[in-house]
Ligand binder design. Structure first.
Ligand SMILES: [Zn+2]
Ligand SMILES: [Zn+2]
Length: 316
């Protein structure tokens, strides 16, 4: 199902699009403290730990590889495959992507998809879970908006009804199984670098360093990259395409965001597996999809036609 930025039509109007109750808000608060606040403390601890064990090749390799794997899980799996159905993938590939995305600690796959589909539906209007543009005018309003959209919204927010926003996913039994084990996947994402660090150095300090750099600091780095798309790129950057909301491209961040920083392109063509849209705009997420397609593990890539792209192009 391709999700357009407009309200879906043709589906029966549900009773409730979002849910808000004390139980859900308690879970949100716990998730916020564990997976959004704790990685900040973990990154501080990682920096302090360099006095015990300096940041070397092992730390770099664990931070980089775990960041890349979980980052691809989020952009290719959570975002391009499950949220927007921009291509189809072999069930095993879909499952691996869902697990890698879960390890990022940004929420279970079904909740993430529901929240993100709501972002596209309401983007920068009432109901958008994380718009930086709804917190008042002037400089103070902009600062409040950035703080809200980057981080603070996750403390407590309306929960999108997954029956309404992700009916396709809750029918997928394999994916529901992956989603149920979300906390275990996050734990696995901490366990792998810890054990690797310990075994490579045959020491406890190596294990702790692996946990801090490949686990907590890696979660911190990827989270802030993903959140910056929600916050800064709905305020600053370039806008080559016509789109209803205030999304922008941030081309210089293309590599570090694995292609996500072509955010205006993405809002203009949410059905496209390519966010760069042209080969010369770096888009590592799309490179992975093309590689999977070449191996016969992904197909039905819904890249928009040149005509469709030129129709939405804002004249310079
Ligand atoms: Zn999207
Ligand atoms: Zn957006």
């Amino acid at each position: 199902m391709a999700i357009d930025s407009s309200t879906p039509t043709g589906t029966p109007e549900p009773r409730k699009k979002t849910i808000s109750n004390p139980y859900i808000h308690r879970l949100q608060r716990r998730h916020f403290l564990l997976f959004d606040v704790l990685p900040i403390a973990g990154t501080g601890a990682a920096l302090a730990f360099v006095w015990v064990r300096p940041f070397g090749m092992l730390e770099f390799a664990l931070l980089f590889s775990m960041w890349l794997l979980t980052g691809l899980g989020v952009t290719v799996g959570y975002h391009r495959l499950f949220t927007h159905r921009t291509f189809q993938a072999a069930p095993s590939v879909a499952a691996v992507l869902a697990v890698l995305g879960s390890m990022a600690g940004q929420g279970g796959v079904i909740s993430w998809v529901a929240l993100h589909r709501r972002h596209h539906e309401c983007s920068d209007r009432e109901g958008d879970p994380h718009s930086p543009n709804l917190s008042g005018s002037g400089f103070a309003g902009a600062l409040r908006g950035l703080a809200h959209s980057h981080f603070l919204w996750m403390r407590r927010h309306e929960y999108p009804n997954i029956v309404h926003y992700a009916p396709d996913l809750i029918k997928d039994r394999r994916l529901v199984r992956v989603a149920r084990l979300y906390y275990w996947w996050v734990a696995l994402g901490l366990f792998i670098p810890t054990v690797t660090g310990g075994l490579v150095t045959m020491s406890w300090t190596g294990a702790v360093s692996g946990l801090l750099w490949g686990g907590l600091a890696r979660i911190f780095v990827l989270e802030h990259i993903v959140w910056a798309i929600n916050s800064f790129l709905h305020m600053f950057g370039t806008r080559p395409y016509e789109s209803r909301e205030n999304s922008h491209n941030g081309g210089i961040f293309a590599l570090v965001t694995l292609g996500e920083s072509w955010h205006n392109n993405h809002h203009a063509f949410p059905e496209s597996p390519s966010f760069g849209l042209n080969w010369y705009r770096l888009d590592p997420g799309y490179w992975l999809i093309r590689t999977l397609a070449a191996a016969g593990l992904a197909w039905d890539l819904k890249v928009p036609s040149q005509t469709r792209m030129s129709a939405k192009r804002i004249a310079a």
